[in-house]
Design a binder for this molecule. Sequence first.
Ligand code: ZN
Length: 264
Amino acid sequence: MSVAKGRAATAKVLSPRPAARAGRGQTLTPRPPLPATRGEGELERGARGTVLGIDLRSGPRYPTGLAALDADWRLMLLGTARTDAEIEAAVAQVRPALVAIDAPLGLPEGRCCAERACARARSGILRAVDRALIAAGYRVYPSLLPSMVGLTLRGAQLWARLDAAGVPVLEVFPGMAQDRLGLPRKQADLAGLERGLRRIGVRGLPRVRRITHDELDAVTCAVMALLHRAGATETFGPGVPAPFAAPLDTAGAAWLAAACASEV
Ligand SMILES: [Zn+2]
């Protein structure tokens, strides 16, 4: 999960940049429309199983990665957003059947806020799912570690808004997913991660510009949403407010991903 660094966030609304500068991955880049084979509209596309991956950051100071994949693993949207309004605009555009988010989506059980002075702070900084992941050998940051508080609160708010809108949500950890899918993590090999995502079946990744690490993690989140819908995930923790999902296992996951991709 991302760890927030830096201090005062300066809200900045991004407007689409000129085409000449679009290569830096700062704009929302809707994919060109699909050939109209069956007259599918946006709503039907979502109903057909388009999913949205969100590599959420702690605030508008940092780029939140967004990627949408349709049910045949075709990229429908790729880009970054800063503000909650921009993220929600992408949700409205994609009408996803499932949203997979890289961020804690709730407070630790028993906590009512992130304040250290609160009487309920004795419930600690770990969620049950954090403990389950750590027990399974994955290094995740406790949700209310000081450097994680901003991300966790934003994740919980995003979950609440999506839930109120009736959008199903999944929590994922791209690094863990990449490990289990046999893909390099972004820190280790960014180009290898992009190649690996293509290899497991993601279609339509742009070749004309560099894809940022935020975007590649968002694509990984979207892949997780597709795998979850295909029944190819293992869940951890109590499942509330949202299930946490990882690919089934290291050995079978890459094969399953390829099978799911070629099936549709
Ligand atoms: Zn409290």
